[in-house]
Design a protein around this ligand. Sequence first.
Ligand code: TEU
Ligand code: CA
Length: 553
Amino acid sequence: MEVEKKWWKEQVIYQIYPRSFNDSNGDGIGDIPGIISQLDYLKYLGVDIIWLSPIYDSPNDDNGYDISDYYNIHPEFGTMEDFDALLSGLHIRGMKLIMDVVVNHSSDEHEWFKKSIASKDSDHRNYYYWKPGKNGGPPNNWQSFFGGSAWELDPKSGEYYLHIFSKKQPDLNWENEKVRNEIYKILAFWLDKGVNGFRMDVIPLISKRLEFADATQPTFGKVVEEVYSNGPRVHEFIKEINERVLSKYDVMTVGEGPGISKDVGLNYVGHDRGELNMIFHLDHMFLGFGPRGRFDQLPYNWNDIKRIFKDWYVSMGTSGWVSIFLDNHDFARLVSRFGNDKEFRNESSKMLAMLILTMRGTPCIYQGTEIGMTNVTFNKIEDFKDLETLNFYKEFTNEGMAPDEFIGIANENGRDNVRTPIQWSGADNGGFTDGKPWIAMNPNYNEINVEAALSDKQSIFYFYKELLHLRKNAPALIYGEWDVIDQESENVYVYTRKFDKNAYLIVLNHSDEHSAVDLNAFSAKLLVMSNYNNRMKDVLIPWECRLYKLMIN
Ligand code: TEU
Ligand code: CA
């Protein structure tokens, strides 16, 4: 069976984290008018679908992933009129917008939760999960993604409520049909405004194992997979979202999939499942996360990454679909994590761009990655803003870890790395704001910024732009079969993409070393793109990437 053709397989997603994208009014916080002023830049780059991280009313405990009003725009970001202008600004440029919907949990400042916690007899009580404690403590041993127990005691009622994320993010009770109907109204509201789809935050978590048994898994990752995700009614609920809302529109959905392994991926995105169109699986992103998560690091390497890409290609077959990405607002900058952001920042950024844009799946580019923005180094804990980092700083230092040791780990793996503001120019604050940015700029904005990139034809930006243009016109890079070509050296990644009479050969060196490569099996090939000019026949320069068109008869 051939892969079904769909617009959301052919287009490319660009993620905007609005707080850090562009500030138009000098309050140091990115906003919607700031995005609107950069739509031509995004069009010029050549991306198609904007994934906008949450812009709804929120107390910003988790920077908008704690929603207190799903129908209103947070005043920091602007007004509903600004939103309407953004949406039409994208549509007149032939671009699309998908909203980030967070429906596994709301903010504790949402009116639903205020009513729910008000009294045990509230008609909103079971909009959330309330349980009595056990042996003087929480109902079970579940831990929050952000450290500590996943249960918070309400002293007034003596009951605990569930929050798999922060205590200001109480989990919504999807068993309650009233909750589901409320959510379907929210989704329809935004789709009726013309939004082109949704990124669905932690969607595999919405069905809970109602016995709420203690977790016995050895690592947090396994708890996520076997306790929090893939619950007994998850597919029933997602099918209902589809039947009740999504199926009535020509829209796309991408589920964020913590806990979705390659063995269950197809249950969510199989073309005949009537559930989601694609997922952001996180297997490669959680690489290195130890038993206690991202601040408890384990070694990994490119063999792990390549194994995961192959496993997911095989498991998706021609029926499922994934997005291909290497960073987003939750993980370190890709050039710092998977490339070399020092002496090979330009070359390795381009190599990683070629990987993302030539694998099979819908590519997703995170804001600023197109100009090779890097991780940031903060020297004091006060510079960090992410509650996940701040919570674990307390947890690990209370257990005796030296503050500087934790700060070193956070500088490598923390989420603030990808939340420093976009560097538009070498002007003050990188041209992001005329005020004081909500989080410190990365001091390298003097040499790494959009203005410099646009004036340098060898920049990472133009490499992305050329690749995006090429991919748009190359069905083989969108739909083509993917085959890995074995190589002697472990430093290289060589694969082909084939579709009808079109074929490409992609050759990547993911190391700091000169690495042997054997392309003798491909005599008839035409070099289309590379990140070096002075190439050698059988040796790849550090971080070298090449895209060849294959002549097949
Ligand atoms: O992320 C949830 C998640 O599973 C991880 O991707 C996330 O990196 C977490 O920090 C594990 O370390 C989603 C959102 O993308 C994230 O920004 C939110 O904080 C979270 O859900 C809660 O809404
Ligand atoms: Ca602003």
